[in-house]
Design a protein around this ligand. Sequence first.
Ligand code: NAD
Ligand code: DAU
Length: 349
Amino acid sequence: MKTLLVTGGAGFIGSNFVRMALSEHAGRRVVVLDGLTYAGNLENLEGLQELYPERYRFVRADVTDAQALASLFAEEAVEEVVHFAAESHVDRSILGPMAFVKTNVMGTATLLEAARQAWGDGRGRYLQVSTDEVYGALGDAGAFTEETPLDPSSPYSASKAGADHLVLAYHRTYGMHTLITRCCNNYGPYQFPEKLIPFMIARMVSGDTLPVYGRGENVRDWIHVDDHNRGVFLALEKSGPGQVYNLGARCELRNIDLVRALIREVAAQTGRDPVELERRLAFVQDRPGHDWRYAIDPSKAVRELGFRPRVAFEEGLGSTVAWYLAHEGWWRRIVSGEYLEYVRKQYGA
Ligand code: NAD
Ligand code: DAU
């Protein structure tokens, strides 16, 4: 049985990945390493220890802690690493960039170095989970390919771009089997309610305003988290070393159109008045350096990995809204304390 180390497995994408790994990839033991920052939540992994006592282990540690990583590599015969752990929210990176540099750049460097020390002879595969934001902003036409030069705008995306360079440098310099996937905006269950979709759903249910940045005309490209994670697995299993794969589902939407689709969905599923929800839309001060448009060209992953997104957007959005309505306790336990302080700082009173 292969041992797969998943960092950031208590976060949104990581926890969905861990469940997929345990349920659909029986030949793997999954060791989750997570520092449990504000975004990490053990509730996201509830029940896994009982369901998979032999194949699942959770370790609380920071990815910048070289000693903890060395001990873990000494204890476990790790053959694969999928690195999700990161500070992931653009607005928080604008309010305070240093945590992003520490976790995203230093954390990646520390993890790569721990893997190199453990795998000296070239064993092992390291996959970096990256983002389309490293490419910067598009105008109204075109899409990011793997050849698009990196041109990040925010401290978040700059720190992810720095990490990507390190990952490729470890292949070129040391011959390690490292690779990168770069994905567009994810949605689905367990997403922290600071990100657009769960933020809006929680506020619709709670009776709050719905703050849309600028005129709401910026475009994002959306993919269901399970499709992203299927792409990560394909890359882990099939990619050669030193490769980069863009992952996306060709689903571009203006923010305002997405929020209106959410209004319709929440109204339909709860019986709330869509006109009353629409009245709560508030066009607020734009995000500084707000990238205009993202669009991922996933042709290379389609061609070389057989990547095929399966979840149609309307279906995925409907099931995501249903999940948040059915798991109100999950997000209500989050939207207090530190979260409210962040919301006050970001959106004002
Ligand atoms: P998230 O914020 O929901 O989760 C991040 C996880 O990392 C949390 O469990 C947190 O506790 C952990 N973590 C943070 N700092 C850590 C540290 N120093 N040591 C150990 N653990 C730490 O993030 P997400 O949205 O699930 O994103 C996961 C990864 O996917 C990130 O690398 C992100 O850049 C990338 N990504 C996200 C998206 C998206 O739309 N959310 C799209 C493309 C790529
Ligand atoms: O593109 C991939 C990236 O997608 C990931 O790398 C990031 O980790 C992830 O957070 C996400 O970044 P975005 O900045 O695109 O996501 P966010 O949900 O913060 O915002 C989506 C869009 O909605 C963006 O154009 C800003 C806008 N927005 C967001 C919030 C939270 C609003 O208009 N109002 C809001 O309150």
